[in-house]
Design a protein around this ligand. Structure first.
Ligand SMILES: *Cc1c(COP(=O)(O)O)cnc(C)c1O
Length: 359
């Protein structure tokens, strides 16, 4: 068996132990004589899985009973519509802080359903910084304030939680579970699964219960958070296989020592990779020092003519998915929870060698 070092931005690497467990379980899950894909979501075993996964997630992120935990389908992108549909009446205004492509997409989706006030926008410097909070132009009585704690494409991460009176809505798709968070500061947290939770197909929404009654009355059932909250996310058939894998990932995280332990490893991984970039004239990263992402590390080669060679040679060395997003160019290494420190060391070793040969 040969496994590569996978730096994919998403769908991304899963822990090897989780993949091995899936392999063991596949034909006969929990003595049912069936795979988890073939059992009823209302059966005893799956209902237990659903309850356990929620309990483990609550433990991992210290989520209080004031919040509901939902597992819809549709990915983070569907939540970009569900946020306004569940929190804003037509004519209400929602504030958006746009620090990257995902936040921009969220704002334009919301603009179909309510007034959007872009309170800050970092596109003037190609999303390489976070505008100072004191300069944001927040509106009075905003239905909510939306932001993206980690922008996956340009690699920009908040190191603070915004203030203000409006409920905070955070798209945490690419940094959820990478460190402890204070859930009580947020109204809603949402995340697609395929970066730090599990396979694509399931979505995580953590929503403050007091916000569940604001949905529009003509909202489709499946676009309404309360439908999921009232049915333990079984308002229709949930994505059972993806949920099963997420459950294994939560258990794996607890075994690693929880998000505190992950934060420590993630901090080490990111700082040594940025150090390798910063100490070389051959590689560079354009993001302001105070807001560099711990999860997505873009880097540019001084000579873009070497990009193709870098990708080819790194791939041959077992380092995959390093091509940067087309809007940024160069390379991007996504180093989520399941990407080990050894994988990051292997990348840094390759970068040094490549620079020696071509620099
Ligand atoms: C990947 C990503 C998305 C898109 O997620 P889908 O699940 O594909 O809808 C949205 N926001 C952020 C921050 C992401 O990283």
């Amino acid at each position: 068996m040969s496994r590569v070092h996978n730096f994919s931005a998403g769908p991304a690497a899963l822990p090897l132990e989780v993949l091995e467990q899936i392999k063991n379980d596949l034909l006969d899950w929990q003595g049912t004589g069936m795979s988890v894909m073939e059992v009823s979501h209302r059966g005893k075993e799956f209902v237990e899985l659903a309850a356990r996964s929620e309990a483990n997630l609550r433990k991992l992120l210290a989520i209080s009973d004031d919040y509901s935990v939902l597992f819809p389908q549709g990915g983070a992108t569907m939540q970009m519509a569900m946020a306004p549909l569940n929190l804003a009446a037509p004519g209400d205004t929602a504030d958006y802080v746009v620090t990257g492509s995902w936040g921009k997409k969220a704002a334009s989706e919301a603009a179909k359903f309510c007034n959007v006030n872009v309170a800050a926008d970092a596109s003037d410097r190609k999303f390489t910084y976070i505008p100072d909070e004191s300069a944001w132009s927040l509106s009075d009585n905003a239905a909510y304030l939306h932001f993206t704690p980690n922008e996956t494409i340009a690699g920009v991460e908040f190191s603070f939680v915004p203030g203000g009176d409006a409920p905070l809505v955070a798209d945490m798709s690419s940094n959820i579970l990478s460190q402890p968070i204070d859930v009580s500061r947020y109204g809603v947290i949402y995340a697609g699964a395929q970066k730090n939770i599990g396979p694509a197909g399931i979505t995580l929404v953590i929503v403050k219960n007091e916000l569940l009654d604001r949905a529009r009355s003509d909202n489709p059932h499946l676009m309404t958070w309360k439908s999921y909250a009232d049915s333990d996310s079984m308002t229709n058939t949930p994505p059972t296989f993806a949920w099963y894998v997420a459950d294994l990932v939560f258990a794996w995280l607890i075994k690693q020592g929880g998000v505190e332990a992950m934060a420590e490893v993630n901090g080490r991984k990111a700082s040594k990779l940025y150090a390798a970039i910063d100490t070389s004239d051959f590689y560079s990263n354009p993001v302001d020092l105070g807001c560099r992402s711990r999860m997505n590390v873009p880097f540019i080669l001084a000579d873009a003519g070497l990009d193709a060679v870098f990708l080819q040679e790194s791939h041959a060395a077992g380092l995959t998915n390093l091509k940067g997003h087309r809007s940024v160019g160069g390379m991007r290494a996504s180093i989520y929870n399941a990407v080990s420190e050894q994988s990051v060391d292997a990348l840094i070793g390759f970068m040094h060698e490549f620079e020696k040969q071509h620099g």
